[in-house]
Each structure stands twice: as C-alpha cells, then as structure tokens.
Design a protein around this ligand. Sequence first.
Ligand SMILES: Nc1nc(=O)c2c([nH]1)NC[C@@H]1CN(c3ccc(C(=O)N[C@@H](CCC(=O)O)C(=O)O)cc3)C=[N+]21
Length: 283
Amino acid sequence: MTAQLIDGNALSKQVRAEVAHRIAELKARGVQPRLSIILVGDDPASQVYTRHKVNDSTETGLAATLERYPADLSEADLLARIRALNADDSVHGILVQLPLPRHMDAHRVIETISPAKDVDGFHVASAGALLVGQPGFWPCTPYGCMKMLESIGFGLRGKHAVVIGRSNIVGKPMALMLLQKNATVTICHSATPDLGAFTRQADVIVAAVGRRNLVTADMVKPGAVVIDVGMNRDDAGRLCGDVDFEGVRQVAGWITPVPGGVGPMTRAMLLVNTLEAAERATA
Ligand SMILES: Nc1nc(=O)c2c([nH]1)NC[C@@H]1CN(c3ccc(C(=O)N[C@@H](CCC(=O)O)C(=O)O)cc3)C=[N+]21
C-alpha cells in the first residue's frame, strides 16, 4: 500500500474557482478587488514568484499591480509608498515580496502595512489575531496546509500533530491553526533531540525546515498524513521538499508532493485572503 497523494495543483484549482466565483459577485456590486505587490531589487526568484502572483490574480478576476523598485530604494521611501497604499481605498491587499534588501528592516516594513490589508498575514496584529482566535489574515502557507487536511476529510480533534520548524511564517502559525482544530500539537526544531521519537507518534507531520530528506520512512507511523512544506534542490537541481518522498510514501497514508503540493496552495490562499480583504472592506 502506498500513500494517497494530496494534489496541490488540483486542490488549488478548486480554490481558485471558488475565489473567481466570489470575485464575480463582488464585481456585480461594483467592487473591483485589488492587490498591490511591491518588489524591491532584482532577485531572480522573487521576479518569478511575483509574476506568478500577478498571473494568478488576473486569472481569477483580481486586479493586481506589480510595483518594482531598485535595490537601493530607501526604507523611508518604501514606507511612504506603503502608507499611500494603506490610504488608497481602491487597494484591498498589499504584499511586499520578501526577502528585502539588507539595508531595510523587514519587520518595520511589514508593521507599516495596514493589518486590514495584510494579505500575507505577516503583521504582528495578524499573528496576534491568530493566537487569540480573532478574525484576521492567516499566513498563506500554513492556511493552505489546513485546506489540504480539510480536503481529505481528516478530523484533527484529538490527533497528534507534529510540526517540524518554528518560523514565524510557517511553523508557529501552523501549530496554532492545528491547535485551534483541537489537535495535540508538538513543535520540533533544530534543538530537538531524536526527532524521530516525536514524529513516530504523529498522526500528522508537517515538515517546514528547508532540509532535504529530513523526514525518512523510519520516522513515520504507518498511515500518517505527511505534509511537506520544504523547498530545496536535489543534486540534479530539481525542486524537492524536506521529505524523502519515495521512501515515506511506502509508509504514510497521505502525502503531499513537491512540487505540486503546498506551493500552489500558498498561492491560492493569497487570492483567498485578498478576496476576504475586499469583502471585509466593502461589507
Ligand atoms: N511577501 C512574501 N509572501 C510570500 O508568500 C513569499 C515571499 N514573500 N517570498 C518568497 C516565498 C516563496 N513563496 C512561494 C510560493 C509558492 C511557490 C510555488 O508555487 N511553488 C511550486 C513550484 C514552483 C517552481 O517550480 O519553482 C510548487 O511547489 O509546486 C513557491 C514559493 C512565497 N513566498
């Protein structure tokens, strides 16, 4: 028995179709949802990612604007531009592509975005809202992982979820979302001794570290759900995750591939958040 695949491409297509439907409804009452994307510098990967985000948006009926600035843009000028977008009622979502050039304080930049337009869910107010269970924007990657669990009808109540990684963007918010669904949650990280002792108890494993082959078959309980957030390159330069896919799929009940898993869902949830921002702003 090999694991069933959770197909992020197929599921994201479904999510995008739902978003497109709700956008059409907004437009019918005269609202054009709009996302502003800011890219500073000319990092090649960031150029590709932001282009994808613009295309995804346009395809679902969202208006997306990509603003590009040179790497030597001053932080003060960036903050001024963000404040102008905060004040612009025609803009519902603001995304500043990361990483930013080193001379900028990414925290200060993100905290300048209005929480009502923080569709990345990176603002401290968004993080705080998630922590206490208030409405806000959830970070797109863990939000997409929750959608994947929902899509297979996996009930989290009373299940043991082990999250590997504790970043502010994935690990920590992931753990809070799982907790909100009444899972018992363990967060493992670089200082955890004997990672396998934890993962072998897990009904759900979310690997979000950025290390190839971090999770191997011997670390997985038969039938467990394995969600791979990793984005690494193998020796041949191909995109791969944190999970030894070929090994783990022999043991797991469900598994997400890389590519074609969490990545497309991350992009889809950005559209969901932007739609939500527009709906809330115009309710
Ligand atoms: N403010 C901000 N928000 C972000 O959400 C953000 C960011 N900055 N900086 C960079 C990271 C990275 N990220 C990805 C999302 C989807 C895929 C994705 O769709 N990946 C495809 C493969 C793409 C390929 O083939 O290279 C997949 O996994 O199937 C990748 C990367 C969002 N990020």
